[in-house]
Design a protein around this ligand. Sequence first.
Ligand code: ATP
Ligand code: MG
Ligand code: MG
Length: 408
Amino acid sequence: MDSHTVGVLGGGQLGRMLVEAAHRLNIKVAILDSENAPAKQINQIAAAAHITGSFANAEDVRHFAAKADVLTYEIEHVDTQVLEALDSESPFVEDSQSWRRIQPSWRTIRQIQDKFVQKQHFAENGIPTADSKGVGTTSPQGLKEIGLELGGLPIMLKARTQAYDGRGNYPIMNLSDIEPALRALADRPLYAERWASFKKELAVMVVKTKQEANVDTYEQITLPFPVTETIHTDSICKLTFTPPRGVPIKIQRQAQDLARKAVASFEGTGVFGVELFLLEDDSIIVNEIAPRPHNSGHYTIEACHMSQYEAHLRAILPGLADTIEPGATDLAVNAAVMLNILGGPEPNSHLLVAKAALKVPGAKIHLYGKGDGRPGRKMGHITIVGKSMSEVERKIHPLIITADSVRA
Ligand code: ATP
Ligand code: MG
Ligand code: MG
């Protein structure tokens, strides 16, 4: 389908599902990660181009870049200094003199990987988001004052960088939480956010097919996937329901438009995951963006005409970005539910959930090949699609009970 080699920085489960989508289209994908990373286990087409190393190591990234025509990411915690240097040395794909080799842009990754910079970027681009303030102080009194500037407690204290699955967040509900919060996040660069008392968390995957950043032309440069409802426990995504339950179509459209504008504000192409809060008054704000396929978009594999993984590959390749037509991202079913399979107390606890799913007709089981489970580690997921939300809710119910008993 395309003669270029796509180099992916990172080879976890998202990289693995990118490889699955690439295989069907016979697109060559090379992976930079450790020896037996999940994405490498199933990838033969470009196995010769794999590099053993780290996406956070400049030398490894440079070595890897020499083997790939287009570079992309499955994780945002990459070294952007080396990407900036590579971009100035050879900015374009060899046979396509206006298509950037690094998609989306390293500038986008740099803006997003620091969550406080990301928040400021939204504010500058008129994208509604929770008010936030940088935390330069380590004194409880200083943080108390920042809390007052944000409208009083509660606030959410967050690490600016290297955050995932809520590791880096500390909710400050009252004054006695301030000292433990500062201790828990000591030595990390911090910022604080106004508390968002949302009634639902939503997410929208957005595919950006044009390289320029321009919020005003979001309708020409992006396409949205359906809105999905995300349920988090302990700050980790547990379930998604698509379409979101009890959210009127008008609000779903607003969520898609906001997500598209937010993504249109960044340079480069690819799929972005946009996390949103639906507030009590039905207004919507952006929580954060991931510059890559996202956990809340796993359901697209079984439920949409085109998955987020296929969309990402097509959007970053010069000859394929313009082939994504409106409608390609639509739901092909009436309802979909996705359950994350998390690690439990024993290395194989998570397999209990996967085995229970074998007995549910239509349950699609994805296991990531990560080896031993640990509590809270994402080991796989299950998607069920159907004719109605009540049908998929009924089918997933016993699996949720099994998953909860494994975690408890
Ligand atoms: P991810 O794995 O999605 O990258 P993360 O570690 O970057 O997670 P966030 O998305 O910032 O963390 O927050 C995790 C969860 O914490 C959110 O999904 C939401 O449930 C809650 N949360 C985050 N910010 C706020 C806020 N300002 N007010 C209330 N709840 C919040
Ligand atoms: Mg995050
Ligand atoms: Mg998040």
